[in-house]
Design a protein. Sequence first.
Length: 418
Amino acid sequence: MDLAANTLVPVIGSLIADELVLMRRGAANDKDADLLNSVQWQASSVITLQHRSKGADNEIIIDSLEWMSIASRVVTFFQMQHSGIEDYLLRVHTLAEWAEVVVKSRELGSTDICFSTSGSTGTRKHMVHTWQTLLSEIVFFKDYFQTLAITPERVISMVPTHHIYGFLFTVMLPALLAVPVTRGLSSYAILLNARLKQGDVVIAYPALLQQLEKRTWTVPAGITLLSSTGPCPAQTLQSLQQRGIDTIIEVYGSSETAGIGVRNDAAAPYQLLPRWQRQADKTLFDYLAKAEVSLPDTLDWQNEQLFRPVGRVDKAVSVNGINVFPAHIAQQLARHVRVDDARVRLLSEYNSRGLKALLIVAVKLSAEDEKSLINEVHAWAIKNLSVHEIPQRYTVATSIPVNEIGKETDWHDKENQQ
C-alpha cells in the first residue's frame, strides 16, 4: 500500500500550518498564526507571496523565508532530500501540486517518514521511521479490529496528521481500509452535534475525551474510540462506555517508537505489539529494525507481554556541562505553598547555559504578585538546589500549555530573569 496524492494533501497542510505557527509565534501576525490550525486544507489551496496574491479565499499568503521553511519541513517529513526533486516544491503553488511532487519522490524511493517532537527538554527531535515499519503497525491494527468484531465504516479524525498518531490512524489506516475520513471542523461538528453513526472510529486523545465526558451525548451502537498521546483517567473511559460507546482502545507509544502496546479495557495492562520484545526494564528489542530501543516511560511488567506505564523517565539535560534532571527540579519547585505545579526546561533549544521554569498557580496574578512569587521561589531554589539546577528565568501561568492533541509544549518566556 502507498498513499495517493489526495491523501497527502491534509498532511502537507498540517505541516505547513504547524511550521507557520512556530515561525509567527510572538510576531505581529501571531493571532493569524493560531487560525492556521483550523484551516480546512484543500487540493486547490494556493501558497503565494503577498505581491502575487489575487485576493482569493483559497490563498495562504507567506513571505519568501516562510516558503523556504515550509518547503524544508515537507522535504524533511517525507525524506525527499534523497529523491533529487525536492526543489520542485519552490516551483509549484497548489497543495495538489505539492502532493504530486511528494508522490513522485516516493516513486523514486524516498518512502521513509520523519516525525518531529519538541521533546521533554523543548529541543525539537527528528525520528525517521521506515515505511514498512509504519505499515506493519497499521496492518496489525486492522487485524486487531477484526478480533474485536469492529468493522470501520468511517474515520473521524480529531488529531493533526503530522503527528505520528494522526498519520498512522487518520492517514494510513483509512487508506488501508478504504474508508472515508473527516477532519477539522467537520469532525467536531459530527462529534458535538450527535451525528455519529454505526461503524465510526473516532481518533481522539485524553483531553478531548475528558471534555466529551462532561457533555450530554446520544451515541448510537457500533462506535469505537481510540485514545493515545498520554494517559486517560480510567473514570473518563468508564463514563464514556456507560453512555453507550461500544469499544475504547488505548494505544501506548511515542514519536520515537510508534506503537508499543494496546488495550481495550482501562483496568487491564497493555499488550505488547508483535514488533517488540522485552529486553530489560528500560529497553525493548525491535524485531523489524534489529535494534534495542530505550523506553520513554518506566513500565511495570506483569509478564513478558503485559505491562502498565507508571511514569515518565526523567531524562537529564546538560547545563554548562553538568547533567541535571528537569522533572525532579520541577517537583521541588512545586512544593512551594503558592505553586500548584511546575515545569522546567533548558532556556532554549540552542541555549544550554541555564534553565527556565514555568510556575502554575490557581488564579491569574497581578504583575506585582507574580514578581513576589518568583522572588520567593527563586530564593528557595538558591538555598535548596545546586547552582546548575537553579532556573535563570521564570514564567507564571494558570495552566500548562498543550498542543492540538493535548501534549505539553514549550511556553512563551517573560522577562522575569534572575
